[in-house]
Design a protein around this ligand. Sequence first.
Ligand code: AMP
Length: 216
Amino acid sequence: MHVIFLGPPGAGKGTQAKILAKKLNIPHLSTGEILRIMSSKNNYIGKSLKDIIKKGLLVSDELITTVVRERILLEDCQHGFILDGFPRTLIQAKNLEDILKKQNIKINTVIKIDVNENILIQRISGRQVCKKCNKIYNKYFNPFPKNGCIDCGEKNIIIRSDDNENAFKKVRLKKYNEETKPLVEYYDKKNNLVRFDGSGSATEIAEKIIKTIKSI
Ligand code: AMP
């Protein structure tokens, strides 16, 4: 199974992609997570990535396409993968198509999560990420437990450098609307886009997504 998650920052793509990946036993490929690991290196590339991510800008299509191409060729992606955060531009979508064509792979479905802007701001400004397993919590409605992450027991969280209202409204949401939103129409025309209302609880949304995936 090959799945793409689409939606604005804070829509819950990461949370849902993780749940689905576990259910289908295939890897969850979050380009944001991969880039955050690359940006933690104390070298030129690491520092440039850190700066781009903090400002909410996008890294170049060329760099991210190379990263994804190398990642999906690894052994663990043989039976499928879930892409979260890629593609984010039309160029990336076309690059992905070229890569997949060479591997004889077809995307089974593109899951689009819809959430209104007020909820997005609350999710972004309250987001807490488990330092070890990247499970997502929220200080307003699902705070990180005092005795540690419910999945891995880790006691520490990370607050993402780009999770502030200013960067979100001024840059990330704008980038999403300008660069990523056109992909909704692009995949809709290919007839493999399914929309989900992402405003409910993570469990409720996951159940709906899994039901749809089972029917494909
Ligand atoms: P995310 O965790 O998906 O919100 O991504 C965090 C940040 O990583 C984004 O704001 C971008 O700076 C960068 N990033 C992640 N995926 C991509 C992509 N496909 N293209 C360009 N930049 C990306």
